[in-house]
Design a protein around this ligand. Structure first.
Ligand SMILES: Cc1cc2nc3c(=O)[nH]c(=O)nc-3n(C[C@H](O)[C@H](O)[C@H](O)COP(=O)(O)O)c2cc1C
Length: 341
């Protein structure tokens, strides 16, 4: 798939997730096979650009190209200025958020609320495209609610306004994250426009990625929650799409090494205090993935063991302690698994 001058290969992308897709996670997912990783949403309001949060979100030092940065807001001129600011700080692709259902975002009429006002969508998209000389992508939902499923109308506006690729999450805004994603609307969007279309929503395995691509005709898949605690899902999907074969699951040792590297990158990026705190949720996700891998008949590690490890590791504030306890936990897991084998 092509986004402006960039070839996105494999056609498997990391979805923007506020509080999750920070630089350490994007770099990791890229290394493990993602074709493109979209940043967390950055505010378009310049009053907040000098906060620690924005400075981290706008830091792309050492990040592999192409660097895609998502912006959120409601006022065309302000979004245009935000796009320019991010390009000046390293963005090589600008993504506009019209997919986020969060109250904080939608009450301010941003995110997916914008889909209720197609004229405003056209003005925003045109202003941002005109403001920068990098490709601009757009992320939407299928509509506001079941009665207002206007993704097709928005997709045509996007194409006419110069959007380089369009990601569609197969839910309406009022569904938030409930129910299941539907892919018929994404297929209809793909059939109606000639720009690349990315299918998003509930894709959590190589087989599902292939089925969604087959069903929708989309050019790529975008993975969000399934990558939490499982960043190697990108290489698994890419391999299956390329060969029709499933890669073996990563060994426990590889999971441990990926996790320890991820924790260290978080400590370095945010500093020890914030890094240890932010690392806790990622650690929790990796543990869930490990528990799922261990969910066969001969269950080696009980939920109680995992819960008690989480209580202990979540109580420490030091980076060295967090790394040591995690290493020891994985050593125990390895031992239990090798006894079972
Ligand atoms: C924690 C979290 C944060 C998210 N933040 C954003 C965001 O900042 N911008 C955005 O466009 N979508 C955001 N999303 C939506 C995801 O990009 C994606 O569309 C959604 O999770 C569906 O994909 P999935 O089923 O693969 O997770 C977020 C989702 C989650 C779970």
């Amino acid at each position: 798939m092509q986004i402006g001058p960039y070839r996105i290969d494999p056609p498997v992308l990391l979805a923007p997730m506020a509080g999750v897709t920070d630089k350490p996670f994007r770099v990791l997912c890229k290394r493990l096979g993602a074709g493109l990783c979209v940043s967390e949403m950055t505010t378009s309001d310049p009053r907040f650009w000098d906060t620690a949060k924005s400075r981290h979100r706008m830091d792309h030092d050492g990040e592999p190209a192409p660097i895609s940065v998502q912006i959120a807001g409601t006022v065309p001129a302000i979004l245009a200025a935000a796009a320019r600011h991010n390009v000046d700080h390293g963005a090589q692709v600008i993504d506009i958020n019209m997919g986020c259902p969060a109250k904080k975002v939608c009450n301010a009429w941003a995110g997916s609320a914008l889909m209720r006002d197609p004229m405003l969508v056209a003005r925003i998209v045109s202003a941002v495209v005109a403001a920068v000389d990098v490709p601009v992508t757009l992320k939407i939902r299928t509509g506001w609610d079941r009665e207002h499923r206007n993704a097709l109308e928005i997709a045509r506006i996007a194409q006419d306004s110069g959007i380089a690729a369009l990601a569609v999450h197969g839910r309406t805004r009022d569904q938030q994250y409930t129910g299941v994603a539907e892919y018929d609307t994404i297929a209809a969007v793909k059939a109606a426009v000639s720009i690349p279309v990315l299918a998003n929503g509930d894709i959590d395995s190589p087989q599902r990625a292939k089925a969604v691509l087959d069903h929708t005709g989309a050019d790529a898949v975008m993975i969000g929650r399934a990558a939490q605690g499982r960043p190697w899902i990108f290489r698994e999907i890419a391999h299956f799409l390329a060969t029709g074969e499933l890669l073996p699951a990563p060994s426990l040792e590889e999971i441990r090494d990926i996790l320890l590297g991820h924790l260290q990158a978080l400590h370095e990026f945010y500093g020890e205090q914030a890094g240890v705190r932010i690392a806790r949720k990622h650690l929790g996700w990796y543990l869930k993935t490990a528990a799922r891998a261990d969910a066969g008949e001969t269950r080696m590690v009980s939920d109680d063991d995992t819960a008690s490890f989480r209580r202990i590791v979540n109580a420490v504030d030091g980076a060295a302690d967090q790394l040591r306890l995690t290493t020891e936990h994985f050593d125990r897991l390895s031992e239990a698994w090798s006894i079972a084998a």
